[in-house]
Ligand binder design. Structure first.
Ligand SMILES: C[S@@+](CC[C@H](N)C(=O)[O-])C[C@H]1O[C@@H](n2cnc3c(N)ncnc32)[C@H](O)[C@@H]1O
Length: 264
């Protein structure tokens, strides 16, 4: 099993989501641990900088989510879904769409129990279309893990949010190879949606010393560094094209991240 300490980042994002009050369910995923982490972060940088970072992070969520709405998949596979409530919201709003969430076993098990609590407390209908699959995305085969859960012949969108920068180059390559194999077994026209900063964007991302310290502290906490995989967007496009993708479309270019959609 890979470095599950990364899953701490999922708690931090859940905290950011409830703080920015963009959705009604993230509050169920806030833990004393994430509250403490954010308090420490606020002490390292100012509240203002922290809310600025939160809003940038939520902009990326919005870019991905609006791309999904536009693509209108019949089936979604979310890689490293963590404690995101998007899947829950999506199946509520789009009956008929199957939504499969993947993450490390510990994360998935906690997520399932909290989602069940939400269904009970919020009196939601049973959500058979929301499926949880525990797995290590870089060490296990995505297609084999999902083949009994997915419906064949459905236009499928595979996506990841906030995952790639935690993967070193070798693990990133494995993840992408996993996605390619999965898409080859999917209906024609199925796609991969993701986002990441290029090295150029990254250079501009952390200008203040406080933010650099914050990043350093987080790296120690999760036993991981932050990785970029491409210097430029052209490098990113060429990487996917070389691997056999027919198109790589830039969905949104922000100063600190690029969201892209690629199809075989
Ligand atoms: C920053 S969190 C983002 C979570 C969620 N996508 C969101 O936006 O709220 C990254 C997630 O990726 C998961 N993850 C990282 N490496 C993974 C791997 N090798 N296999 C499965 N999940 C992984 C972590 O457990 C964590 O939940």
């Amino acid at each position: 099993m890979g470095n599950e300490k990364i899953s701490l980042t999922a708690e931090a994002v859940a905290f950011i989501r409830q703080k920015t009050q963009k959705d009604r369910f993230s509050k169920y995923f806030v833990t004393p641990r994430s509250t403490t982490i954010i308090k420490i972060a606020a002490a390292l940088v100012s509240e203002n900088i922290l809310s600025h970072l939160f809003s940038k992070r939520m902009d990326i969520s919005e870019d991905l989510h609006s791309a999904i709405e536009k693509f209108r998949p019949e089936q979604i596979v979310e890689l490293g879904a963590g404690y995101s409530t998007f899947g829950l919201e999506y199946v509520l709003a789009h009956p008929g769409c199957i939504y499969i969430e993947t993450d490390f076993p510990k994360v998935v098990s906690l997520k399932k129990s909290i989602v069940n609590k939400i269904i009970r407390v919020e009196k939601l209908r049973e959500l058979d279309a929301l499926v949880f699959v525990p797995m290590d995305l870089v060490r296990e085969d995505l297609y084999d893990s999902l083949k009994n859960k997915i419906k064949r012949g459905r236009k499928t969108l595979v996506f990841s949010e906030g995952l790639n920068t935690y993967l070193d180059q070798k693990n990133y390559d494995s993840l992408v190879a996993n996605v390619i194999k999965f898409l080859k077994h999917s209906k024609e026209g199925s796609v991969y949606l993701s986002h990441e900063p290029t090295a150029k964007q990254r250079e501009k991302m952390f200008p203040s010393a406080g933010i650099k310290i914050l990043r350093g502290a987080m790296s120690i906490l999760i036993h991981n560094r932050f990785h970029t995989h491409f210097k430029t967007e052209n490098e990113l496009k060429n990487y996917f094209i070389k691997l056999g993708f027919a198109h790589v479309d830039i969905i949104k270019r922000r100063p600190y991240s690029t969201t892209y959609l690629a199809g075989l």
